[in-house]
Design a protein around this ligand. Sequence first.
Ligand SMILES: C[S@@+](CC[C@H](N)C(=O)[O-])C[C@H]1O[C@@H](n2cnc3c(N)ncnc32)[C@H](O)[C@@H]1O
Length: 246
Amino acid sequence: MRFDILTLFPDFFKGPLSSSLLGKAIEKKIVEIYLHDIRECGVGKHKQVDDRPFGGGPGMVLKPDVLKQSLEKVTRSAKKKEAKKPHVVLLDPAGQPFNQQKAKDLAKKQWLILICGHYEGVDERFKELFVDSEVSIGDYILSGGETAALVVTETISRLVPGFLGKQESVISESFSKVKLGGKEVALLDYPAFTRPENFLNRRVPKVLLSGNHQQIEKWRLEKAIEKTRKRRPDLLREQITVSRKR
Ligand SMILES: C[S@@+](CC[C@H](N)C(=O)[O-])C[C@H]1O[C@@H](n2cnc3c(N)ncnc32)[C@H](O)[C@@H]1O
C-alpha cells in the first residue's frame, strides 16, 4: 500500500513515521509513505501557497493552482512505478466521517494521496476537480490536516497484511463487525486481563482461567455487547431494530 502525503509541514510526520509499528512497517516495505512539501510548488519568489478569500473574511485559502501543481508532480514522478491510479483524499472537517469501515474501504485503494489543508482551508474548485474523497476525523477543528492525515495513515496501515504480527487482532478489535441476531453490528472490544491474577484484590474473571475456549468466547461476546450497550448504544441501533421487528 502506498501513501503520498502533501503538506506544508513535512517535518511534522518525521517522529511518528519512524516510531513503533508504523516505522517498522515502512522499514519492511509493508507500506510506502512519501512526504511532499506543497511549498515547493508555491508561486513566485516567495513561494506563495495561499491568498485572501474572495468576498472577504478572515484567514487565507490554499491556492488551487499550487495544489494542482503539487498533485501532478507526485503523480508524474510515481507514474513509471505505479500501474494503479491514485485515490485522492482531502482531510477536511466537512468531509465524510472517518471510521473503521471508511478505513477498510480506503485500504482497498492501494494508493492514496492525502492532502493536508491549512489556514481557512482549500479553494473549492480544487476539491471539485481533483479530490475523490473528503474525510473528517471528527467534529472539531484542527489547525491543519497533518494530525488527521496521520490518523488516517496509521488506521489504514494496520489493515495491511503483515503490519500486525497476528492478523486476528484486527478481526476482534473494537468496531470490527460481528454477526448478531442475523445482522452485522460493530461492537466494542471485550475487557482484557493479564498477570498478576490478583491485582489490588481484584481478581481476573474465573472463566478466563478455565481453559474452556467455548465458554471464554461466549463470555467475551457477552461482555462486548454489555460494554457497547452502555457506552455506544448507537453502534447497536441496527441490531436493536432487528430484534424489535421480530
Ligand atoms: C482550520 S482548518 C479549516 C476549517 C474550515 N474553515 C472549516 O470551518 O471547515 C484547516 C485545515 O485543517 C484540516 N482539518 C481541521 N479539522 C479537521 C478534521 N476534523 N478532520 C480532518 N481535517 C481537519 C483540514 O485540512 C483543513 O483544511
